[in-house]
Design a protein around this ligand. Structure first.
Ligand SMILES: NC(=O)c1ccc[n+]([C@@H]2O[C@H](COP(=O)([O-])OP(=O)(O)OC[C@H]3O[C@@H](n4cnc5c(N)ncnc54)[C@H](O)[C@@H]3O)[C@@H](O)[C@H]2O)c1
Length: 483
C-alpha cells in the first residue's frame, strides 16, 4: 500500500494567497471585492477569525494515515478539482485506509494542482497531475474511482465522461447547476451501471442517521411533523482573489468557461456557473427536508434579491426566503428555508416541529448539533432515554417575574423539556460519506446518496430561483422528480 504514516509538513495553501489571509488585503482586493469603504475594517477581524478557525480545522484533519489491513485491496483514485473543497475531501480521504491516489486534475496548474500533487507526494503516492480531465481519463485507464470537486457547471461533463470511462464517481453537490446536466448524470449512471454518489454528506453523518432511523423512525418522537424551518446565515466575506503571478492565461480561462480570474475564483455568484447561496448552501439542508419528511415538495414560492453585494460582481441573489409545500405520507406540511449573507449569527440548522416534539439538528458540531424538545402533553420518553436514544431532559426553568414585572399570559404553553441527541462526529464531516462510497465500491455498503436522490434534491432546489422570478407558487408535478 502506498503512503506512509507521517504527517506532511505544513505548506503554502493557495487559498491563503487569496484576499484576507496570508498577506494584507491590497487595493485591488478591495476594488474586486468590497463595495463599501468601511468594509475593510468590518471584514478584517471576522475574516481573520474565520481563517484561523479553518486552519485549526485543517490541522485537526491532518492526522497520521491509518494503516490498511494487509488483505484490503487498494482502490485507485483520482481527484478532479483540487480547490477548497477538493482539499477538504483529500484531507478526509487520507484518513481512509486502502486508497491509492494516482492522479489529480485541475486547470489552476501553478497553484491548486501543484499543491494537491505535492501533498500526495509527501504521503509517498505516485501521482500525475493533469490540466485536462479528458487526458486524465485517457491515460489513467486503471483507475477505479474519480472524486469530483469542480465548480457546479462542470459536474455533468466530468461525471458523465468519468462514468463512461468505466469509473465509479463521487461528485460534489450541487449535482449540477442545470436540470439537464443533473439528468444526464442519472442517465449515464444507469447506462454504465457504475456507482454515482452525490456529495450530500449529511446523509452519512451518524447523527442524522440516528435521528432518521431511531428518533423519527423507530421511536417516532415527533409523531406528526407539520412545519420545518431551517437556515444558513453566512457572514459577508471579501471576494476571493489570486496573486497576479499565479493568474491563469486568458485563453485557458476561456477554454474552461471563465471570463476572467475574478469569475474563476468567485464562480458561485455567476449565472451559468453556480446557483448562488440558495443552491450552494440550501441544497444541503433542503435535501434533509425531503429525506426526513419522506417526500419531495409539492410546491414552492420564494422571494430573493441581491440586497447587499455589488451586482457588477455578483449575479445571484445573496438573500433568499423560501416556503415549500409537502404532501408527506403522514399529511401536509410546510417548510421554510432562508439563506442570507450579512452575518453568521444563529449559524445553520434544520428544525422539525411535530405535535409531540421538536428536533433541531445541524451538521455543525459547535451549534445546534442535536436538540430535542418533548411537548409536555406527549407520552414520557423514558424508554428512549434508557436506550440512550436521547439524553435525560434538562428541565426548563419556570420563567420568573422579570424586573419589569412582566407577567406571562396564562394561555402561554409550558416550555417543553430539552433533551440532546447523544451522537457526535469526531471525524471530518465528509469522511463517513466518502467511506460509504468506497465501501459501496467494495460491495460492503449501499450508497447513501445515489444519483436519483441527488436528482430529487436538485429539482427541489433549482426551482427556487425559478420561483423567485415567477413571484407565485410553483407546483411540482410528481413526474418532475422521475427520470
Ligand atoms: N459538500 C460540501 O460541504 C461542499 C462544501 C464546499 C464546496 N462544495 C462543492 O465543491 C465544489 C467545488 O467548490 P470549491 O469551494 O472547492 O470551489 P473552488 O473554486 O475553490 O475549487 C474548484 C477547483 O476546480 C478547478 N477547476 C475549475 N474548472 C475545472 C475544470 N474544467 N477541470 C478541472 N479543474 C477545474 C479550479 O481550478 C479549482 O481548483 C462545488 O461544486 C461546491 O458546491 C461542497
Amino acid at each position: 500500500m502506498a503512503g506512509d504514516e507521517t504527517k506532511p509538513e505544513d505548506e503554502t495553501k493557495p487559498e491563503d494567497a487569496a484576499a484576507g489571509s496570508g498577506r494584507k488585503l491590497d487595493r485591488r482586493d478591495v476594488l474586486l471585492g468590497l463595495s463599501t469603504v468601511p468594509a475593510l475594517a468590518l471584514f478584517g477581524y471576522a475574516w481573520q477569525k474565520q481563517r484561523s478557525y479553518e486552519q485549526r480545522q485543517r490541522q485537526a484533519a491532518e492526522v497520521a494515515r491509518p494503516a490498511a489491513p494487509p488483505d484490503l485491496e487498494p482502490i485507485d483514485v483520482a481527484l478532479i478539482g483540487a480547490g477548497a473543497q477538493g482539499q477538504v475531501l483529500l484531507d478526509a480521504m487520507l484518513r481512509i485506509p486502502g486508497l491509492r491516489f494516482r492522479a489529480v486534475c485541475d486547470i489552476w496548474t501553478d497553484f491548486n494542482l501543484r499543491r494537491a500533487v505535492n501533498t500526495l507526494k509527501k504521503y509517498k503516492f505516485e501521482v500525475t497531475g493533469y490540466e485536462d480531465y479528458r487526458q486524465l481519463l485517457d491515460q489513467e485507464r486503471d483507475l477505479d474511482a474519480v472524486v469530483i470537486a469542480t465548480p457546479d457547471f462542470w459536474h455533468a461533463p466530468h461525471t458523465v465522461e468519468s462514468l463512461k470511462a468505466g469509473k465509479h464517481v463521487y461528485c460534489e453537490k450541487e449535482m449540477s447547476n442545470t436540470l439537464e446536466g443533473a439528468r444526464s448524470m442519472v442517465l449515464a449512471q444507469r447506462q454504465t451501471g457504475k456507482l454515482l454518489q452525490i456529495g450530500h454528506q449529511r446523509r452519512s453523518n451518524p447523527r442524522y442517521l440516528h435521528c432518521y432511523h431511531k428518533l423519527l423512525g423507530e421511536a417516532k418522537l415527533l409523531v406528526r411533523i407539520v412545519t420545518v424551518n431551517g437556515q444558513w446565515n453566512r457572514a459577508v466575506a471579501p471576494d476571493l482573489g489570486a496573486p497576479d503571478r499565479y493568474a491563469i492565461p486568458q485563453a485557458t480561462l476561456k477554454q474552461y468557461g471563465f471570463k476572467d480570474m475574478h469569475q474563476f475564483r468567485n464562480w458561485r455568484w455567476y449565472k451559468g456557473l453556480g446557483g448562488g447561496p440558495i443552491v450552494d448552501l440550501g441544497s444541503h439542508q433542503i435535501d434533509i427536508y425531503n429525506w426526513f419528511l419522506g417526500a419531495p415538495p409539492s410546491g414552492v414560492m420564494a422571494s430573493g434579491g441581491l440586497l447587499y453585494h455589488d451586482p457588477k460582481t455578483h449575479e445571484w441573489h445573496d438573500t433568499v426566503m423560501v416556503v415549500y409545500d409537502y404532501n408527506t405520507p403522514a399529511g401536509p406540511a410546510k417548510a421554510y428555508y432562508q439563506t442570507q449573507t450579512t452575518n453568521g449569527s444563529q449559524g445553520y440548522y434544520e428544525s422539525f416541529m411535530g405535535d409531540q416534539g421538536t428536533l433541531i439538528i445541524s451538521e455543525s458540531e459547535l451549534n445546534y448539533a442535536g436538540q430535542l424538545y418533548r411537548d409536555p402533553n406527549a407520552p414520557a420518553w423514558d424508554e428512549w432515554i434508557q436506550k440512550d436514544y436521547v439524553s435525560a431532559p434538562k428541565e426548563q426553568e419556570a420563567k420568573e417575574r422579570t424586573k419589569s414585572d412582566a407577567v406571562a399570559d396564562v394561555r402561554e404553553s409550558v416550555a417543553p423539556d430539552q433533551h440532546t441527541v447523544p451522537v457526535s462526529l469526531s471525524d471530518p464531516y465528509h469522511q463517513p460519506h466518502l467511506q460509504n462510497f468506497f465501501d459501496a465500491i467494495r460491495g460492503k455498503a449501499v450508497l447513501n446518496c445515489p444519483a436519483e436522490i441527488g436528482y430529487e434534491s436538485a429539482v427541489s432546489v433549482l426551482k427556487v430561483n425559478e420561483a423567485i422570478d415567477a413571484k407565485c407558487l410553483l407546483p411540482f408535478k410528481a413526474d418532475e422528480f422521475k427520470i
